[in-house]
Design a binder for this molecule. Structure first.
Ligand SMILES: [Fe+2]
Length: 319
C-alpha cells in the first residue's frame, strides 16, 4: 500500500482541513481513463439517470437493484425514508475493477496518512445510487457513529476511523452533494443524540458546506462530523458513489460490514485470488508468518481460492 513519492497525494494541505474542519475533497483522485473498466461494470449494476427516468415514465418496475444482505438493519432503524437506501449494493460486486477500488493504493494511502498507520482494516464498502424522484433523500444533520461503532466518538484525540465517498458520477449541485458542518462549530457538542434538527440548531444548517466534484473525486470525512444527505433536484439526475470506510487495526469496537459472511461468494473468491497478502490484510487476513497458518491451512486456501499465489505465505512458513 505504500506509494512512491511521485504517486503520493500532496496531503499536507488536506491534513489541515482534516484537523480543522474534519473533511476535505480530493478532486479527481482518479481520472476517467483509470475508472473506465469500473464504469463499464457500474453500468451493468445501475441504470443511468435518463434510463431510470424513462422507466418511471413507462411505469415499469422500479429498476433500482435489490441488495441481498444490504443494510436492512439500517433501513429499519433510520428514522426517515427507508427507501433512500434502496440503491445500496454491498461489496463484493460482480466486477473485479470495482472490487479492486477498495484496495486502491491512492485511497488506502489517504487513510494511512490520516490514521497514522499502515495497519488498516476496511470496514465498509458499499455502492450507493440515488435518482431524482426515486425517494425523498433529505436527512437531518447526524453523526454516523450510530452504525459505525459500539461506543461514541472520542472528542479529545484523533479519529481512529475515516469515511470516504469515491464519486463514480459527476456530482453537480443538483445531484445532492453531502452537506457537512465544520468541526470548528461543533467541537463542544455532545455526540448524543446523533441527530440534530433545523428547529433547534438553525446555525448548523446555515453553516453547511458541500463538495460538488467530477467522477473520480474522493470526499473524506471524520466520524465526529455532522453531515446529511439532501434531495436530488437535477432533472433525470443520478448520483452513484462508493462508500469506503477504514479503521486502524485493533479497534474491534468500530465496524459496519462483516466480510466472513460473504466469503462463500464467487466474486469474493475471485477478488482474493487476485489480491496480495497486504491487500488481504485490509479485510482481516493475518499477515504471512502468523500462527493462523500451517501447511494444512495453506493447502486449504489454495483450494478455496483457486488462482491465489500462496507462495508469500509458504515462504513465511518455511523461513
Ligand atoms: Fe451519514
Amino acid at each position: 500500500m505504500r506509494q512512491t513519492d511521485k504517486e503520493r497525494i500532496p496531503l499536507h494541505g488536506y491534513r489541515r482541513s482534516w484537523e480543522k474542519d474534519g473533511f476535505f475533497l480530493v478532486p479527481e483522485l482518479m481520472d476517467t481513463a483509470e475508472l473506465a473498466e469500473a464504469m463499464q461494470e457500474l453500468a451493468g449494476l445501475y441504470p443511468s439517470g435518463a434510463e431510470y427516468a424513462a422507466s418511471r415514465r413507462d411505469s415499469r418496475a422500479d429498476p433500482l437493484p435489490s441488495r441481498p444482505g444490504g443494510s436492512q438493519g439500517k433501513r429499519r432503524l433510520f428514522m426517515q425514508n427507508p427507501e433512500q437506501f434502496a440503491g445500496q449494493i454491498d461489496f463484493p460486486w460482480t466486477g473485479q475493477a470495482l472490487n479492486r477500488l477498495t484496495v486502491h493504493p491512492r485511497i488506502t494511502e489517504v487513510a494511512a496518512d490520516l490514521l497514522d498507520t499502515h495497519d488498516l482494516r476496511i470496514y465498509q464498502a458499499q455502492l450507493w445510487a440515488k435518482y431524482t424522484g426515486a425517494a425523498d433523500y433529505e436527512q437531518p444533520l447526524h453523526l454516523d457513529y450510530s452504525s459505525h461503532t459500539l461506543l461514541v466518538p472520542k472528542k479529545k484525540s484523533r479519529p481512529r476511523q475515516v469515511e470516504m465517498f469515491l464519486y463514480l458520477t459527476d456530482v453537480e449541485e443538483g445531484c445532492a452533494p453531502t452537506r457537512l458542518v465544520s468541526r470548528n462549530l461543533t467541537r463542544d457538542m455532545s455526540p448524543v443524540p446523533y441527530h440534530v434538527w433545523r428547529g433547534t440548531h438553525p446555525e448548523l444548517y446555515k453553516a453547511e458546506v458541500s463538495f460538488p466534484g467530477r467522477a473520480g473525486s474522493l470526499l473524506v470525512y471524520a466520524p465526529d462530523i455532522w453531515h446529511r444527505a439532501v434531495d436530488m433536484t437535477e432533472p433525470e439526475g443520478a448520483r452513484i458513489w462508493m462508500n469506503l470506510s477504514y479503521r486502524a487495526a485493533g479497534t474491534d469496537w468500530l465496524g459496519l460490514q462483516s466480510f466472513q459472511r460473504i466469503a462463500m461468494l464467487p466474486a469474493w473468491q475471485r477478488f482474493v485470488a487476485g489480491s496480495t497478502p497486504r491487500e488481504l490484510e485490509l479485510f482481516g487476513f493475518p499477515p504471512p508468518g502468523h500462527d493462523a497458518y500451517d501447511e494444512d491451512v495453506l493447502e486449504g486456501l489454495s483450494r478455496r481460492y483457486p488462482g491465489l499465489d500462496i507462495e508469500p505465505w509458504r515462504a513465511a512458513l518455511n523461513s
